[in-house]
Design a protein. Structure first.
Length: 159
């Protein structure tokens, strides 16, 4: 049985964006592109209605590329439990109110029983100073908190 991975929007953006001149962003884009097929084949992948909404925004051509890259990946739905957990991550936790979509990504993955939340968001999701607080809130709510990781952390070195 494959482990489950929730693919957050930043991964899709790095996968499909034109190569950046910023060295760190360019490296993350390359890492994502190199590991994408392994992620899709080695894991049961999920996105959410929120990922689809975020991926569909902005430039029409870029949005089409983002949406095409996740076509066929099952989408988790936002329900009352997801909304409640997301609100706790904001009110009782470290997620700023103006970053409610980050709280929703975490809540969606937790509610979906997902083992890994794949992200390049080091500000409010995969942030060492926030992770313990996030984990405690998710577990207090009755779910197992997913492991937050980037594509290189999930796959590691390629053969």
């Amino acid at each position: 049985m494959k482990s489950k991975v929730y693919i957050e929007t930043s991964v899709i953006s790095y996968l499909t964006a034109r190569s950046s001149r910023d060295l760190i962003i360019a490296a993350r884009q390359e890492i994502t592109r190199e590991r994408w097929s392994r992620i899709l084949s080695d894991f049961d992948c999920f996105v959410s209605v929120l990922v689809i909404q975020e991926a569909g925004g902005g430039d029409t051509e870029a949005a089409a590329n983002r949406l095409l890259s996740i076509d066929g990946i099952p989408a988790l739905q936002i329900d009352e439990k997801v909304e409640q957990l997301a609100m706790l991550l904001i009110v009782d936790g470290p997620i700023p109110e103006n970053k409610s979509e980050d709280a929703l990504h975490i809540a969606l993955a937790a509610r979906g029983g997902i083992e890994y939340l794949l992200t390049w968001n080091f500000s409010h999701i995969h942030n060492a100073q926030m992770e313990l607080s996030i984990r405690l809130i998710v577990e207090r709510f009755g779910y197992q908190c997913p492991i937050f990781c980037s594509p290189d952390e999930l796959i590691g070195d390629l053969p």
